[in-house]
Design a protein around this ligand. Sequence first.
Ligand SMILES: [Zn+2]
Ligand SMILES: [Zn+2]
Length: 346
Amino acid sequence: MPHPETWLKVVPGGLYCEPGGFFIDPTRPVDRAVITHGHSDHARPGHRAVLATADTLAIMQARMGHAGDTSQALAWHEPVTVNGVKVWLSPAGHVLGSAQVAMEYQGSRAVVSGDYKRVADPTCAGFEPVSCDVFVTEATFALPVFAHPPPEAEIRRLLDSVALFPDRTHVVGCYALGKCQRLIALLRQAGWDGPIWLHGALASMCEVYRARGVELGELRPATAAAKASLVGAIVLAPPGAIADRWARRLEDPVVGLASGWMRVRQRAKSRGVELPLVISDHADWNELNATLDEVGAPEVWVTHGREEALIHAAGMRGLRGRALRLVGYDDEDDSADAVATEEVSA
Ligand SMILES: [Zn+2]
Ligand SMILES: [Zn+2]
């Protein structure tokens, strides 16, 4: 069997399957791309042919106005053979449509996780481990300090605060693709059935989720709403909007932010966040480690993030670790998606 190293390579533009002639989440326009999910650091414009889930293609279409010159949707686990490489997609549990890319070539198998998490998310299919020879993983929160609490407990803290301060407006920062819809769904699960108010930059992705069958309940535009009508309300806004003029015109706002980074007090403080909610769409330290155990790969490649600790943890298990140091990927809370929404006029 050829080692995956001989057929899955890091080249300018990203991770390239040589015999298949395709890239996974390429950082520049290519002829053939397999896309794990719709965040802007993974799904970029300008590819000729795109292979992804139907949900990811719909998200790309909505975000960029196109999803490749040609596109092919794959159902979960539906195999397709590209120049002798068998390719299929398995749920990654990160955002709607997010997939791991499994590839098999001449008997050896590599799986690229994309971004993922292991806690249940009512807005997307849950992560399914695929056994493999090489597991290519993200490592955004790969430090023992990152232990995400149950999201339900964080939502409860938000609702407790709303009950405690009925005369204030709660505004919670969340990025537009994934976190926003997950917060809404978690609020619904917790019994909040009143309207949820949205900053204008969050509305269109909620429409995509709805069109793809994710129930979100009553949503209202916050920007045009009278200040008085938002007293006691929950307002969701892009992370870039919670600290600026947009939020200051709300009635005595309680500013929250939903992010895995809220585990770091200093981050919350520096962003003026009074109510940090530790809700992440990326695996925490324990989830990353549990996933290495479950996929059972003798070799782990780390795409981006805090790779040293995870590679060390892999070594402790007798696994070979390798840092790919791919550039161009970031996490949504800090990067492109969060910033891009700031540019959208309210
Ligand atoms: Zn992502
Ligand atoms: Zn990412």
